[in-house]
Design a protein around this ligand. Structure first.
Ligand SMILES: C[S@@+](CC[C@H](N)C(=O)[O-])C[C@H]1O[C@@H](n2cnc3c(N)ncnc32)[C@H](O)[C@@H]1O
Length: 482
């Protein structure tokens, strides 16, 4: 018979180990200012949202299985997105080859047109179908080969280092990667052709919007980001402040800040990857006197570990600068809007000092400047990995403002309803949510969650009449407790 001390000893030992682990986890969380997370739970969903899920045959019985399938899907869409970035990098970068750059959309056109008409139609219609044989343009093959060669040597920059890791993590040997990369190319070109060329055949605006909606809900996750998104956030905040001069916004959550890594067009890789949104938001808050610098906190969440790792490293860097370029180029046919031009001139002045930025010749039609950010501001920005559809930060609602730009288009209606539920749970009563999603369903879900929209505006970015480029921005406010 075992005596009580032989039973207790292993139990005590396990308890010590457990306490040790808990304190390590707490220390790590506190040290890096990250919060515990909690999954979304069916029971806690408001009845209106449960009814919406019910219409999609989602019930308390299958909700957890649905969440598990969403997590898997997200992982797969992230993988697809990272390979999409790799292909855009391979076509456009000047860091690993002197071969001429390839414009991805033009390459998509050339590639798709080279497929015979019957298989081409099927390839464009069906997500999973690829012609049994297809020929990748020679200039693409040459660039893919050059990239693989560069990756086999010691990569020179952050992007190449990352792509090397990406291939290794996906068990793709560098010396046998070409067939896999040409398959990825054929997949990425399908998306690009659909987006850039098939949409031109749709005259009816509703049809066009529906096509885009469907395209974005299945595409790979992209981390693309441009300073323009922050202009619309600034405009929304400025409008709100004008009507509510007493408002204070101290604790801010940015969902999906993104990173300028390898965009679909206009890749500029003379600069290392950058993340603008947390800085532009800090600047807007301080510029509009929405809070004192000493009490400002900006927390960022993203599914992309690449984005989060980038943000988490910033406080440890000796200096932080941003090389800012407008995403939209100015040309004879399309002038930048005066308000946007003024915004670009001013952005950053509340968080650092600026200097002129020399940009390569092809980008000289973009507005450009360098921002050197005060260390005190960098220390206010924290980041952690989180999927806003399936989870939230646990504990009391702590945010005064939540910002989500160019993230919702990736979500189906059900995902949108869940994301809004999670967002609402993290907002204090009276807190604001700012986004640029135009789907009407969002307004319905938000109202059911006690987050009615209180203002929406259209912001002109560039051009006039037919050449005009707009974005919309909406503010919601969480209802005060009665
Ligand atoms: C297209 S970028 C937008 C970046 C930035 N907000 C902007 O407007 O320029 C979308 C970002 O959202 C992130 N994202 C996508 N789905 C997400 C989710 N379910 N939860 C958290 N982040 C997500 C992506 O990883 C990416 O960084």
């Amino acid at each position: 018979m075992p005596n009580s001390s032989t039973i207790l000893r292993p139990l005590l030992f396990s308890a010590f180990i457990l306490i040790g682990w808990i304190s390590i986890v707490i220390e790590t969380c506190v040290g890096q200012n990250i919060f515990a997370k909690a999954p979304i739970v069916y029971k806690s969903l408001p009845e209106g949202i449960q009814n919406i899920l019910g219409a999609q045959r989602l019930t308390s019985q299958n909700f957890d299985a649905y969440l598990a399938s969403l997590r898997k899907q997200t992982e797969e869409r992230e993988r697809k997105g990272e390979f999409e970035h790799l292909i855009y990098f391979a076509l456009q970068s000047t860091r690993f080859t002197t071969l001429a750059k390839i414009e991805p959309a033009l390459s998509a056109y050339e590639f798709v047109q080279s497929i015979e008409s019957a298989p081409r139609l099927r390839y464009l219609q069906e997500d999973a179908y690829y012609p049994p044989t297809f020929s990748v343009p020679n200039n693409v093959l040459e660039r893919l080969e050059k990239l693989l060669l560069a990756l086999r040597k010691k990569p020179q920059d952050e992007r190449q280092l990352y792509f090397k890791q990406l291939l290794t993590h996906n068990s793709i040997p560098l010396d046998g990667a070409l067939p896999q990369l040409t398959n990825e190319y054929a997949r990425v070109m399908k998306f690009l052709y659909r987006k850039e060329f098939l949409t031109r055949e749709l005259q009816n605006p509703q049809q066009l919007a529906a096509y885009f909606t469907q395209l974005y809900q299945t595409r790979g996750h992209s981390t693309d980001t441009q300073i323009e998104a922050n202009f619309i956030v600034h405009e929304a905040l400025a409008g709100y402040k004008a009507q509510h001069p007493e408002v204070k916004l101290k604790n801010i959550l940015i969902i999906g800040p993104g990173q300028d890594f390898a965009p679909r067009t206009d890749l500029i890789d003379v600069f290392e990857p950058q993340c603008y949104q947390p800085f532009a938001v800090a600047d807007a808050i301080l510029n509009l006197e929405l809070c004192e610098a000493s009490s400002l906190r900006i927390h960022c969440v993203d599914i992309s570990q690449r984005v989060i790792a980038h943000l988490q490293k910033l406080p440890y860097k000796k200096e932080n600068s941003l090389m800012l370029l407008s995403g939209i180029a100015e040309n004879q046919n399309r002038k930048l809007a005066t308000d946007f031009r003024n915004y670009f001139k001013r952005v950053g002045q509340s968080i650092g000092t600026e200097s002129a930025l020399a940009v390569p010749e092809p980008q000289q039609s973009h507005l450009a400047k360098q921002l050197n950010i005060r260390n005190e501001i960098v220390q206010k920005i924290t980041a952690q990995n989180l999927n806003i559809v399936t989870e939230r930060l646990a504990g009391e609602a702590r945010f005064d403002l939540v910002i989500v730009t160019n993230v919702f288009p990736y979500f189906s209606e059900t995902e949108l309803a869940l994301a809004l539920t999670n967002i609402g749970a993290m907002m204090k009563p009276g807190a604001l949510l700012i986004h640029n999603e135009s789907r009407r369903e969002l307004l319905t879900f938000a109202a059911l969650l006690g987050l009615p929209s209180i203002e929406s505006r259209t912001v002109l970015l560039a051009g006039v009449k037919e050449t005009a480029l707009y974005d919309g921005v909406v503010i919601h406010q969480k209802k005060q407790l009665n």
